[in-house]
Design a protein around this ligand. Structure first.
Ligand code: NI
Length: 137
């Protein structure tokens, strides 16, 4: 059976501060620069969620894109949109909220949510030029 990859593009805005508890203040300031600002800063994140599966013989769909949108909205966007990621998102507590760590946290929130298909890849754009990709490995 043919496997098809289906992607939904979503968006959220959030604040974060890059600061590692494993480094001293001077090292944090040097490493993260303006992103170490104590009161944080914001990003308009773009998230691409790709699932893979076989098109259903009746509907022709791997997943109803409306359902995919509702799952990501409920599990990710409702938790992260307009939040200060360092303090307000449970799954990011204790880690530096880089795009790398955020995309891993999003994977954990989404990986068990699909039944007719499986989560294949996440792309998280922190800016139009910077993004992190995760495939759950
Ligand atoms: Ni930032």
């Amino acid at each position: 059976m043919p496997l098809v990859y289906v992607t939904r593009h979503l968006h959220f805005s959030a604040a974060h501060r890059l600061h590692s508890s494993l480094l001293n203040d001077e090292s944090n300031a040097h490493l993260y620069g303006a992103c170490n600002n104590p009161l944080g800063h914001g990003h308009n994140y773009d998230l691409e969620v790709t699932v893979v599966g076989e098109p259903d013989p009746v509907t022709g769909m791997v997943i109803d894109l409306k359902e995919l949108k509702e799952i990501v909205q409920r599990e990710v966007i409702d938790r992260m949109d307009h939040k200060f990621l360092n303090f307000e998102v449970e799954s990011l507590q204790g880690m530096v909220p880089t795009a790398e760590n955020i995309v891993i946290a999003i994977w954990q929130l989404l990986k068990d949510q699909f039944h007719t298909c499986r989560l294949y890849e996440l792309k998280l754009y922190e800016t139009p030029r910077n993004m992190a990709v995760y495939r759950g490995e």
